[in-house]
Design a binder for this molecule. Structure first.
Ligand SMILES: Nc1ncnc2c1ncn2[C@@H]1O[C@H](COP(=O)(O)OP(=O)(O)OP(=O)(O)O)[C@@H](O)[C@H]1O
Ligand SMILES: [Mg+2]
Length: 328
């Protein structure tokens, strides 16, 4: 079966600005993919193109097997889109708004009431259906936006920064809601906050300055960086003896003394290559009959991955610029 989203060589230029540069990626059916990138990376631009609201400069885009540029109506039928800033009609009541949207989306009259009820049920907004949208809390506005996106029973949900501006409790609720929706829909969501993709997505696409820099599971991305990460050890021994012993452990490249207090030496151990010498360290310490008070590997967050991946790209860009200057 063809993937839910297939993007090939997509480029978008606004007057003077290249927002997307030769972007290629796919999203399989049933995936929850996080589109992660800093401000101006090109997330919203990609989403607008995917939903048929913005023409591309060049490239191919297919959604649910339909070419977005030739069949934008079919595409919109298969996609539930929550745009950036979730624009809603503030003077309308929730139910009134959803009825209006269902009509616009061509939900047949006979099915409208049932569809609207179901969407309100799934997003937990039954209790506020008679309230005026402008008076709702941000979290509830966001749910109304999600209910709207669900109205056409779409195969694919495209959500542009669905948790922006919410308080921590609302964020947790909306994330849970997205996870639940992911059981029945393919989801592409954008964010510039990392915990978001860590908690909700099966896969992350990192985008920076209009280019895809990485595509992997959140776990794998972190593993990629974790190899080579420092290990903290606290051992009840004289610093010199501890350092000498740990340096001999298999997989250890270097040992550095951080501090020495109440008979404990605190050390940072750097592994060789992508070795994980924690077991060897434990064996060396217990072989010497020392007490071990701590043995931890610094946890890499997606934040670290993001900083590293974008730094590599920035450095490559600088190199290319230097190269061009030298050629002149
Ligand atoms: N209508 C427009 N006209 C000109 N340039 C635009 C337009 N819309 C976006 N851009 C530019 O295209 C680039 C990508 O913008 P886009 O809104 O897609 O980024 P984003 O990743 O969604 O950022 P954010 O996290 O701030 O929402 C930016 O440099 C932006 O200034
Ligand atoms: Mg955006």
């Amino acid at each position: 079966m063809n993937p839910m989203i297939k993007v090939e060589g997509l480029t978008k230029r606004y007057a003077g600005v290249t927002a997307l540069q030769d972007v290629t990626f796919t999203v399989g059916r049933g995936e929850i993919v996080g589109f992660l990138g800093p401000n101006g990376a090109g997330k919203s631009t990609t989403m607008r193109i995917l939903t048929g609201f913005l023409p591309a400069t060049s490239g191919r885009v297919e959604v649910a097997g339909w070419d977005v540029f030739q069949h934008s109506l079919e595409v919109r039928r298969h996609v539930g889109y929550m745009p950036e800033n979730n624009p809603l009609y503030d003077d309308m009541r929730v139910l009134e708004y959803l009825r209006f949207r269902a009509r616009l989306k061509g939900v047949p009259r006979a099915q409208r009431k049932e569809r609207i009820d179901e969407c309100m049920e799934r997003t937990g907004i039954q209790d506020v259906r008679r309230r005026v949208i402008g008076q709702l809390s941000k979290g509830y506005r966001q749910r109304v936006g999600l209910a709207d996106a669900l109205l056409g029973d779409p195969d694919l949900l495209i959500l542009d920064e669905p948790t922006i501006g919410l308080d921590p409790v609302q964020i947790r609720q909306v994330r849970q809601l997205i996870k639940d929706l992911g059981q029945r829909h393919t989801i592409l969501l954008s964010t510039h906050i990392l915990p978001e993709v860590e908690m909700t997505c099966n896969r992350v696409l990192i985008i920076h300055r209009g280019k895809i820099l990485a595509s992997d599971t959140p776990d794998n991305l972190m593993k990629r960086l974790q190899s080579g990460g420092a290990i903290h050890v606290e051992v009840g021994a004289a610093p010199e003896a501890a350092m000498e012993t740990l340096r001999k452990a298999a997989g250890v490249a270097e040992v550095q003394l951080e501090s020495h207090r109440d008979g404990y030496a605190r050390l940072t151990v750097w592994p060789r290559g992508d070795a994980d010498p924690r077991v060897e360290i434990y064996r060396a310490v217990s072989g010497a009959r020392w007490d071990l008070r701590e043995l931890t590997r610094a946890r890499t967050t997606l934040e670290d991955v993001f900083v590293q991946v974008t730094r590599e790209e920035d450095e490559a860009e600088e190199d290319r610029r230097d190269q061009r200057l030298r050629l002149r």
